[in-house]
Design a protein around this ligand. Structure first.
Ligand code: GRF
Length: 201
């Protein structure tokens, strides 16, 4: 069974989508461990409820590289094949990225390369785009800049607020992320330059 490690900082609704997919046998592997840099993160609680090892590691008062090396150790100890960032609110250092080359994915709430960084739903809303969406991409050493694994568009309605748009994008994320994780765990994604070539099921 392939093993997924999840890093998060908050609510963990995307983790929940992964847990639910795994229960349905639709993840292509199992969630081996969940790590958070925030002690009270709801995501840790969701992991514990699902019987998944849940680890809190404080990042404060630590150099980024030292912190990342600790997390790498945890994932290695759990024999993680793929790392998923599911609302992890920190940039990874090269130490981390190089430990899992091409084996880290992130979910971003906009259609990259538009609106990278924080608060992407509001950035898109404020820009007045008519279509936004969600992106799952491989993590490289830049900000939300790695090769794109999967995307889904969400139409922006005239009646939308940043919050209502974010809510519809979130529903999309919950469908998109488990699918993208599955295809990577099943080895159906091949990277060619910036492109991820997907072998369909
Ligand atoms: C999601 O919007 C995700 O795209 C972004 O952070 C948020 C995490 O939400 N990277 P949750 O913790 O999974 O509910």
């Amino acid at each position: 069974m392939k093993k997924l490690g999840v890093l998060l900082s908050g609510r963990g609704s995307n983790l929940q989508a992964l847990i639910d997919a795994s229960r349905r046998g639709e993840l292509g592997g199992e969630i081996a461990v969940v790590v958070s840099n925030v002690e009270g993160a709801q995501g840790l609680e969701r992991a514990r409820k699902a019987g998944i090892p849940a680890v809190f590691r404080d990042h404060r008062a630590k150099k980024r590289e030292a912190y990342d090396a600790e997390i790498v150790e945890i994932f290695r100890a759990h024999q993680v094949d793929l790392v998923c960032l599911a609302g992890f609110m920190r940039l990874l250092s090269p130490v981390f990225v190089r430990a899992f080359p091409g084996r880290i994915v992130n979910i971003h709430p906009a259609l990259l390369p538009a609106f990278p960084g924080l608060d992407a739903q509001r950035q898109a809303f404020d820009h007045g785009v008519k279509v936004s969406g969600a992106t799952v991409h491989l993590v490289d050493e830049g900000l939300d800049s790695g090769p794109i694994v999967a995307q889904e568009a969400v139409v922006v309605l005239s009646s939308d607020t940043p919050e209502s748009l974010a809510a519809r994008i979130l529903e999309t994320e919950h469908r998109l992320l488990p699918r993208a994780v599955r295809l990577l765990l099943e080895g159906r994604g091949r990277v060619e330059g910036r492109r991820v070539i997907v072998e369909e099921e």
